[in-house]
Ligand binder design. Sequence first.
Ligand code: MN
Length: 427
Amino acid sequence: MRIHSYQIDQHNSTALKSHESSLQFLRDQLAHKSIDAEAIIERLRQFQVAIPSWALGAGGTRFGRFSTGGEPGSLEQKLEDIGLIHALTQSAGAISLHIPWDIPRDAQAIKQQASELGIAFDAMNSNTFQDQKEQSLSYKYGSLCHVNADVRKQAVAHNIEVIRHGIELGSKSTTVWLADGSSFPGQLNFRTALDNTLRSLQEIYAHLPADWKIFIEYKPYEPYFYSTVIQDWGTSFLLANQLGEKAFTLVDLGHHLPNTNIEQIVSTLMYQGKLGGFHFNDSKYGDDDLTVGSIKPYQLYLIFSELVYGMDNNTASNPEPAWMIDASHNLKDPLEDLIQSLEAIRLAYAQALVVDRQGLWDAQLNHDVSMAQEIVQDAFRTDLRPLLREARLRSGAAMEPVRAYRELNVRQQLINERGTVTIATGL
Ligand SMILES: [Mn+2]
């Protein structure tokens, strides 16, 4: 299925009238605070977030999985789905692949299809958290950290293979997330596990092309429950520093213990030029992988405020992070869920862009705590959705993408094309 521009235009023509008056109202509000709405609209138009190939079907929990119907059964169909999201939002212009779930049969054909849909290849993702059929040694007791050198060698070879696939497709980065850890005190020698992991990563790093980056993702627990080898940002930062200038920390919002001050972690990593990648999701208790902004939109905004401050005060050596949605959809239509996540990300970005930075700095210098809070909350409480609609309108996207998705009956069409019992590859 493809969405055509006349269908988008038709949708937009019905929403235009009420949009114009609400945009004008907001423009006036912002002008009153000396904020240029045009600059924000332009930044919103440029902002693209990668969709991971595994987020297009129903995820599931350890208790079960309920199929959505019409799920993509091949890499080609996954690209097609991201093409649909991108056509509706013009903000999902990249895919993040997972190896071995998404090994392309014909890399050139996949590249061609992606470029027709306006989709780039973002970070690659390796998988040493489960055993594959043809694999000789098991990762049950770890991969890059394993006490057996042959298992480590196998895991390193897999990561090099992931880089090779990425080179063929035009990707420029790879993400390493390790399940490696232990569930019981005494199971693992912490120091040996970390040392083995560093050495394994150094071997992978040696195979990284000059213009590539490697992202190291951390997580405090799960699938193991007592320890994780790369448990927090400090451990990831230590490894990234040891590896070299092409290595960075990756922050996944769901990979923190409850109430962790993630915005401060972001600030510290950007200060050091070591924030390389960012995975969006939301959670109430653990790594719930819920729709971005569905539970804690204020925290998301505070994090974005640090991201924007970091990007606007960065040195050249500090790249803009690779943005990706890393969520799992158990109840909602995955495509609607992703559209909602994109909306939440862009809204938080817009809120962060309208913070009165000079006023905030003055309040901080004067220890005017009340005024600092007023300024921070004012940006969050201003309804900036007309800016998002305007950015979409100018980019040829749907002003109300979820509504357009339903008007176009996308899910039913996908079910007609693919059937009701398909399962997204890799899930
Ligand atoms: Mn992640």
